[in-house]
Ligand binder design. Structure first.
Ligand SMILES: NC(=O)c1ccc[n+]([C@@H]2O[C@H](COP(=O)([O-])OP(=O)(O)OC[C@H]3O[C@@H](n4cnc5c(N)ncnc54)[C@H](O)[C@@H]3O)[C@@H](O)[C@H]2O)c1
Length: 256
């Protein structure tokens, strides 16, 4: 008798879950969506860029996963409410959310930052996270609980002189996440923030690579998949006692 071929174990640990990921058409959001779908979650791929969201859904479904796209401007509270309604109407509930959409914004010392640039970064990188959880939490409570990961940054833990609105917004995400964790822990909703170092995505394609690499003792930039791995841990039941925490994924950037 020929030897039985060994099959790789199927990890479907998220098969009971429905996830909503913002900014899911590219970079970290795309990697998180793909990883969740590969483990059995139904994923709502939401992005302001409909073509990018559709492309991620096509990748997921081609790999045998379940996903649907929705065009969402995360700075519009009504759009985030609609994205949650889409998750419930299309996939039956919402139990996981990754508030990820973000931009780099203007750089320079504080006095040189245009007020409009400040407002744009705070709108998307901070207020949109609030709009997201504001819409997501009632649906999670209705589903009996859930887990939220908000994508902050190393600049949500330490400052950077020339990333003024970005640093402020990402520190805001750190605090917002703690408040949510404290407020909803007893009702079965966990919330944690993830703090990537510089990750090779379109967000930083114009930045000088060697200069950025030098800030990471590990000697390289991170990948979106390395961030997704930590996000999935925090979303999973393995992290059942982890809430209100800040998880770095930064090659020791914040260790020095
Ligand atoms: N790349 C890095 O080095 C790095 C480091 C730390 C934190 N982060 C954070 O990770 C998150 C994702 O970044 P990324 O590197 O994957 O970026 P990315 O540019 O690859 O992807 C961002 C996605 O957000 C979408 N988006 C932009 N504006 C939006 C809006 N108003 N509404 C909804 N979607 C919108 C874009 O269309 C894009 O698909 C951001 O919050 C970013 O601040 C990135």
């Amino acid at each position: 008798m020929p030897p039985r071929r060994k099959r790789a174990p199927v990890n479907d640990s998220f098969s009971q879950h429905v996830a909503l990921v913002t900014g899911a058409g590219s970079g970290i959001g795309r990697a998180v969506s793909q990883a969740l779908a590969a483990r059995g979650a139904a994923v709502v791929v939401s992005d302001i860029n409909g073509e990018a969201a559709d492309a991620v859904v096509a990748e997921i479904t081609a790999a045998g996963g379940t996903a649907s796209a929705i065009v969402t401007d995360a700075t519009d509270p009504a759009a985030l409410t609609a994205a949650v309604a889409h998750a419930v109407d299309t996939h039956g509930k919402l139990t996981l959310a990754v508030n990820n959409a973000g931009i780099g914004g203007p750089t320079g010392l504080a006095a040189d930052i245009p007020v409009e640039g400040w407002q744009r970064v705070i709108d998307l990188n901070l207020s949109a996270v609030f709009y997201g959880v504001h819409a997501q939490i009632p649906a999670m409570l209705a589903a009996g609980g859930g887990s939220i990961v908000n994508i902050s940054s190393i600049l949500g833990l330490v400052g950077e002189a020339t990333a003024v609105p970005y640093t402020a917004a990402k520190h805001g995400v750190t605090g917002l996440t703690k408040a949510i964790a404290a407020g909803y822990a007893a009702q079965g909703i966990r919330a944690n923030s993830v703090h990537p170092g510089y990750i090779e995505t379109p967000l930083i394609e114009k930045a000088p690579k060697d200069f950025l690499i030098a800030k990471h003792p590990i000697g390289r930039l991170g990948t979106a998949e390395e961030v997704a791995a930590v996000v999935l841990f925090l979303l999973s039941d393995e992290a059942s006692f982890v809430t209100g925490s800040q998880y770095g994924v930064d090659g020791a950037y914040t260790a020095i």
